[in-house]
Design a protein around this ligand. Structure first.
Ligand code: SF4
Length: 469
């Protein structure tokens, strides 16, 4: 999947406790999580007395100079990278969000979307709360501040029990770091250790970057409370519900060098490609993948068929994120700037092009056309996930239902629309089997809602918003 009609992950979070170089390590951690959000980045540190904050729009390397990082004093830090789905793309919404309330300072970084965010917000506003941002995350701060619980831990638990949806959450005060995973564990969140310091990250790739050791994942409904001297109390705010990790983390979002539930993402993608080959073989000369996210699946497809994998498509890494596409003609040009077909590889060949998903279909058509213009005699498109027919309400920026090509077209129709010689998607059962999570739970612990419409939580206002768009 590539560019204009891709799915976008909302966020990545990172935290470290009691380390003399907390801000710098958080910077490196966020850099490793950059693929999860490119619109803004922020770090909040504490020295036990007060917060130091730097947040801005842009990539991690654009937001933080070495100078900025060294001003972030304190041995505990949380950081966030963001791609906005709820809340517009403005500085006020850049996380971690920082609040002052009667009991002191509090900073919140979260990955995922609440499905009852609007409902909570309306209730809080009706009771006098004034919101400074348009994000769900602010509702969490208001709920904590308004709680009558005796302790902050009690207030956090009470708050978490009012949230519905996806949230992998870090809450920092000058004394403690709270780390919570929603009862369905929709988004990944792992704990590691660097020396004596606990480290938390959306993905394990950030642990490798800073030399930390992976310990385990945060369990659904779990709340960890870590003091500045790395004393950790493991508690729960909710019984775990059906585990429903987003299957797109394996298919597309997570970095190939990350592990989720002990499964390496690259390896899972290769298995998806192998399964796809089993389900939808095509007699061709060359297999290629849409870089970078579909490369692993294309290799798996090639391995299973014995047909050579080739770099038929090359991504230009140096095209700016903010490339403006005002017209159809320039949009076509945009794809050519970002992706090239390798003529010597595909000319005169029958090609299988493996991609991880089709959202609106416009990009797929452009890539098929690139391969044809480079001389491919046949282009067979193979997708390493089932058709995306339903929107995501848990923090992935899918299109609205009416913009999802698979929600209102058959596979044959999509094949014609994207100008392919043939098209096949992986089955939901094949996908679940190929990812290979060691789980007896429903769908082996995956969320598959955007494929099947079977959402793991109630949808509250999320559905109403979708229906009125
Ligand atoms: S609906 Fe789809 S994209 Fe959203 S969490 Fe579930 S599997 Fe992931």
């Amino acid at each position: 999947m590539f560019d204009f009609d891709e799915l976008n992950e909302e966020c990545g979070v990172f935290g470290i406790v009691g380390h003399s170089d907390a801000a710098r390590l958080t910077y490196y951690g966020l850099h490793a999580l950059q693929h999860r959000g490119q619109e803004s980045a922020g770090i909040v540190t504490t020295n036990g007395e007060k917060f130091h904050v730097h947040r801005d729009m842009g990539l991690v390397t654009e937001v933080f100079s070495s100078d900025e990082v060294s001003k972030l004093i304190g041995s505990t830090a949380i950081g966030h990278v963001r791609y906005s789905t709820t809340g517009s793309s403005v500085l006020a919404n850049v996380q971690p969000l920082v609040f002052n309330y009667a009991k002191g300072e509090i900073a919140i970084a979260t990955n995922g979307n609440l499905v009852n965010g609007d409902k909570l917000r309306k209730e809080l506003e009706a009771n006098g709360s004034i919101f400074q941002t348009t994000t769900d995350t602010e509702a969490i701060a208001h709920l904590i501040a308004r709680s009558n619980a005796d302790t902050l831990e009690g207030a956090v638990k009470e708050t978490l029990n009012q949230l519905v949806g996806a949230y992998a959450l870090l809450i920092l005060t000058n004394e403690q770091l709270f780390v919570a995973q929603d009862p369905h564990a929709l988004r990944p969140l792992a704990i590691g250790k660097l020396g004596d310091s606990y480290v938390f990250s959306s993905e394990t790739c950030a642990f490798d970057t800073i030399g930390a050791t992976f310990i385990r994942e945060i369990e659904p409904g779990e709340l960890l409370v870590v003091t500045q001297d790395n004393e950790m109390c493991v508690t729960r705010f909710s019984e775990p519900k059906e585990t429903s990790i987003c299957s797109f983390e394996y298919i597309y979002f997570a970095r190939p060098d990350s592990d989720i539930s002990g499964i390496n993402v690259h390896t899972a993608r290769k298995r998806l490609g192998r399964q796809l080959a089993k389900e939808a073989f095509a007699e061709v000369d060359v297999i290629t993948g849409v870089p970078d996210s579909s490369t692993s699946a294309a290799i798996g497809f090639a391995e299973a068929t014995g047909i050579p994998y080739e770099l038929g498509l090359i991504k230009n890494r140096y095209v700016g994120r903010t490339f403006i596409q005002p017209s159809q003609e320039l949009r076509e040009q945009g794809v050519k700037m970002k992706l090239s077909a390798v003529r010597k590889v595909v000319e005169g060949k029958r090609v299988v092009m493996v991609d991880d998903s089709i959202v609106r279909g416009t990009t797929s058509r452009r890539i098929v056309n690139l391969l044809r213009e480079a001389g491919a005699t046949e282009v067979h498109v193979r997708i390493s996930s089932p058709p995306v027919k339903n929107p995501c309400f848990y923090g992935i920026d899918t299109a609205n239902r009416d913009q999802l090509i698979a929600s209102n077209h058959s596979v044959d129709e999509i094949c014609k629309l994207i100008n392919a010689d043939s098209l096949a998607f992986l089955s939901a059962e094949g996908m679940i089997e190929a990812i290979g999570r060691p789980s007896n739970e429903k769908n082996r612990g995956h969320c598959v809602a955007c494929f099947t419409g079977d959402y793991p939580t109630k949808l509250y206002d999320a559905l109403e918003v979708e229906e009125t768009v």
